[in-house]
Design a protein around this ligand. Structure first.
Ligand code: GUN
Length: 451
């Protein structure tokens, strides 16, 4: 027998091609897929054969998509503040990641997943870490989230020579993981090939990884690029090229490539991104906190480059809220390019349908439409901090500029409730905190080289 659910919210922000906002309408979900919009005027809810979830006052939106996250770093929140990228990596992040054992990695992933889910993120692209990557996949599967992860690849490391593997074992382990986890849990989990960045990867590793990707259709190629001026200068010194020019010269750029940051680009590089249909994962909080710079996102959007949003990792943000990223993505552009350079609706779309497009999942998620997966979020926009208008007109403004994770009342993925009445059905948050504290203490004793 099919499993039917009916959600009756105050309004539905569909993000469909007409950008409809529906009221007096229920959404029907059958076996995890959205099967109908039902106008309520002439509908007898009492005789409905299925579970009915009444949410008067709440706003239904598509589950949010974040296209650049480091779950392995959640445990390091607050331990790496006020440093620029290369010092941040060398003094803190690489030694911390190198000190992970399976238990610390597991709780780091769980803390990150709990924060993302309770804040309405239903799909993520994660960068993984150097060892025990299967733990990240296991926790993503157990959490119910949709998304990609992959073993973060490092076979060269001038920043922290202790934190790397040899090329052959990187490629071997990567293939084993992709074989085991790509399309696991009925396709909800996919492989995201993850060479860390130019400065940590040999040309062989970058190219062989791209070649391997073709054996795993639906996977993506995910790396960092052009984030920091010292990083860009070092790439230029080594290769006499800019990051994007270098990636292009070794033929790893296409529509399946997701590049995090892309701040320091010349006009030729922007044209390459456009021509190769590369996806940019914009991380405004991280880019500000690491002092990296401000990517010219309005220009990228005008050029037709795919842009979506990511909170990056907890130690460079220091939170994983998609609401913070939407808000900042707007605010940082306004003094530079004008108050109308990024409007609330555009920002909301970057975190929903544009994220889905970046990952080639827009046939499945990113909007509320019949035939798509039921990845849904219910927002309570009725607090005294929200606008008093209560209508549809400024709904994007209320979500993007005013709301935060605390306004998420419920989250559903694939038709399954993950958060209900602001409570996680997956995690005991108190337990996560206690385990997180205990594992961090042990990790810090292992990471004795951290300055
Ligand atoms: N570049 C290489 N590794 C990282 C990382 O972990 N975070 C960020 N923000 N940039 C990177």
């Amino acid at each position: 027998m099919s499993n039917k659910k009916l959600i009756i919210p105050e309004r539905i922000v569909t993000v469909d091609s007409e950008e409809r906002i529906l009221t007096n309408t229920a959404v029907e979900i059958t076996d995890g897929t959205i099967t109908a919009f039902i106008p309520l005027e002439k509908f007898d809810v009492k005789s409905y054969e299925g579970e009915v979830f009444n949410y008067p006052g709440l706003t239904l939106v598509p589950g949010f998509v974040q296209t650049h996250i480091h779950l392995c770093q959640t445990l390091f929140r607050g331990l790496a503040d006020d440093l620029p990228l290369l010092d941040w990596l060398g003094q803190k992040i690489f030694p911390f990641e190198n000190a992970h054992d399976k238990n610390s990695l597991r709780i780091s992933a769980k803390l990150g997943l709990n924060e993302l889910l309770s804040g309405g993120t239903t799909t993520l692209l994660d960068m993984g870490t150097l060892r025990y990557q299967e733990v990240v996949f296991e926790e993503m599967i157990a959490s119910g989230i949709r998304g990609f992860s992959g073993k973060c690849l490092i076979d060269e490391n001038g920043i922290d020579p202790k934190f790397k593997n040899d090329t052959g074992s990187e490629l071997k382990y990567q293939r084993e993981l992709a074989e085991e986890f790509h399309n696991s849990d009925s396709g909800r989990i996919k492989y995201g090939f993850a060479p860390r960045f130019v400065l940590s990867c040999s040309e062989e590793l970058l190219k062989e990884t791209k070649a391997m990707m073709h054996d795993f259709p639906g996977s993506v190629y995910h790396t960092h690029s052009s984030e920091n001026k010292d990083e860009v200068a070092e790439v230029r010194r080594r290769f006499n090229k800019e990051n994007i020019e270098y990636f292009n010269s070794i033929d790893v750029l296409d529509e399946n490539t997701v590049l995090a940051h892309c701040i320091h680009l010349n006009s030729g590089e922007k044209q390459i991104l456009k021509n190769k249909n590369v996806r940019v994962a914009h991380c405004p909080s991280s880019n500000l906190k690491l002092g990296s710079g401000i990517a010219n996102i309005p220009e990228y959007i005008k050029l037709g480059i795919s842009v979506s949003l990511g909170a990056d990792g907890a130690p460079c943000n220091n939170n994983l809220s998609v609401f913070t990223e939407m808000r900042l993505a707007g605010l940082i552009q306004k003094p530079l390019h004008g108050a109308d350079s990024m409007d609330a609706k555009t920002l909301f779309k970057l975190a929903t349908i544009e994220g889905a497009k970046a990952l080639h999942l827009d046939n499945e998620i990113g909007s509320i439409e019949v035939g798509k997966k039921a990845d849904l979020v219910l927002l309570d926009l009725n607090s005294p901090l929200h606008s008093m208008s209560g209508g549809n007109d400024n709904i994007y403004s209320d979500i993007v500029y005013t709301s935060n994770s605390v306004d998420v009342n419920a989250v559903m993925i694939n038709g399954q409730w993950i958060i209900k009445d602001c409570e996680s059905l997956v995690y005991d948050t108190k337990e996560l905190i206690s385990e997180g504290k205990s594992e961090l203490k042990k990790l810090l004793t292992r990471a004795d080289s951290v300055k």
